[in-house]
Design a binder for this molecule. Structure first.
Ligand SMILES: NC(=O)c1ccc[n+]([C@@H]2O[C@H](COP(=O)([O-])OP(=O)(O)OC[C@H]3O[C@@H](n4cnc5c(N)ncnc54)[C@H](O)[C@@H]3O)[C@@H](O)[C@H]2O)c1
Length: 366
């Protein structure tokens, strides 16, 4: 038998290095290796080298290193995915950009606006693509709601709502090790981005926080917070409420809502599947337990979009067009971070706080 030759029309995959092989990094690694045809995971860096080695062995990745600098120096790597702890994100982004690597960075983009300003400068100087892991935008229901805002179906946004309840057991044994401000900088930052994205015609102006340590009251004195409600006021007058809790016994619960002058749209699903059980005591259904269950598709879609953007840069092609603003970049990272930082101030004083520096560019940083 003789096979006929085929000229492949399939573009060369984007070669990606992973930085940080923990919970989120491992999911992203599996997406890059197994779920996204346009990407290849070619190297993994983590100072906890055993984590890098076992993930590399699982996925057949040939290169592992404890030092992310090895990835930056590797000419065969086009792009990096940063999934290390938040306090390292900015410097890793800067080093990657200076080495000419495109960057997908988990949230937050940085832990303060000065750091983020340095990332903006490095990315602009290098001309690389930089994208942040605001995955909620890629969940089908959240994106459908954003399309309803764009089409005018809900009219002018007036009241917005977003919530995150992380799964838990009713106690947080590692509370002492959670960096202060985490509920705003790493959890609610998703909600702030969702609200900013839904109400993207306006700027966040001020916040007022009510927060407490209701799950672990013993750690409140050390500044730990596990429960928070935030009111955000926008420049178009819209009022938003974001809330977070670190220990929902029933699983991972994420929802969003936009109420406008012409209607209302809701996103977020309460059940893990469409199956609903009917019995003598009533109805029951499984709830999503983990972020990587609820957002498996969204986490994959955001990285597939990243790979498309990198490929477009590499091949001189047009960037993907989603019909509505979707791919979150540095301005989105800045706007959400500015809200989170204002929340830290408001939580400390108990008073409303102005959102400073939510616009991009040098004048915002001056
Ligand atoms: N988008 C989401 O829904 C979501 C969910 C969970 C976590 N995250 C984000 O992902 C990031 C990682 O969180 P995680 O839960 O995977 O944490 P994790 O602790 O499970 O993993 C972090 C990994 O980074 C490694 N690391 C430590 N210092 C490093 C350095 N200097 N350079 C490179 N790697 C380093 C650690 O050894 C560890 O393996 C955080 O920014 C977090 O906010 C996002």
């Amino acid at each position: 038998m003789t096979y006929l030759p085929v000229t492949s029309a399939r573009p060369e995959a984007v070669r990606v290095g992973l930085i940080g092989a923990g919970w989120m990094g491992a999911f992203h690694a599996r997406s890059l290796s197994l779920r996204i045809p346009g990407a290849d995971l070619v190297a993994i860096a983590d100072p906890a080298i055993e984590a890098a080695q076992s993930l590399a062995a699982e996925l057949g990745v040939a290169r592992v290193t404890p030092d992310p600098a090895d990835l930056f120096a590797d000419p065969e790597i086009d792009a990096v995915v940063i999934a290390g702890p938040a306090r390292f994100h900015a410097q890793l982004s800067i080093d990657a950009a200076r080495a000419g690597k495109h960057v997908f960075c988990e949230k937050p983009g940085a832990v303060n606006l000065d750091e983020l300003g340095r990332v903006e400068d490095a990315v602009a100087a290098a001309g690389v693509h930089w994208q942040i892991g605001f995955n909620r935008r890629y969940a089908a229901d959240f994106l459908a709601a954003r399309r309803d805002v764009a089409s005018g179906a809900v009219g002018t946004p007036q009241l917005l709502r977003s919530l995150t309840r992380d799964p838990g057991s009713g106690s947080i044994p590692h509370a002492a090790r959670v960096p202060r401000g985490t509920i705003f900088l790493e959890t609610l930052i998703h909600d702030f981005d969702a609200l900013n994205w839904y109400n993207s015609a306006a700027e966040p102006v001020s916040v007022h926080v009510t927060a407490d340590a209701l799950v672990e009251p013993g750690f409140k004195g050390a500044g730990f917070l596990d429960t928070a409600v935030v009111t955000v006021r926008y420049s178009n007058g819209a009022i938003a409420v974001a809330e977070a809790h670190f220990s929902a016994l029933y699983g991972y619960d994420v929802r969003g809502e936009v109420f406008g002058s012409a209607g209302m749209v809701q996103a977020g699903r309460a059940t893990a599947t469409a199956a609903v059980r009917y019995g003598a005591t009533g109805l029951s259904a499984e709830t999503p337990r983990l972020n990587i269950e609820l957002f498996a598709d969204a986490y994959t879609a955001e990285l597939a979009d990243f790979a498309e953007h990198v490929r477009a840069r590499r091949d001189g092609a047009a960037a993907p067009d989603h019909g509505v603003p979707l791919t979150p970049g540095l301005l989105d990272a800045r706007r959400a971070l500015a809200v989170a930082l204002a929340c830290i101030e408001s939580a400390q004083t108990g008073l409303p706080a102005a959102v400073a520096g939510s616009s991009a560019g040098a004048e915002a940083r001056a």
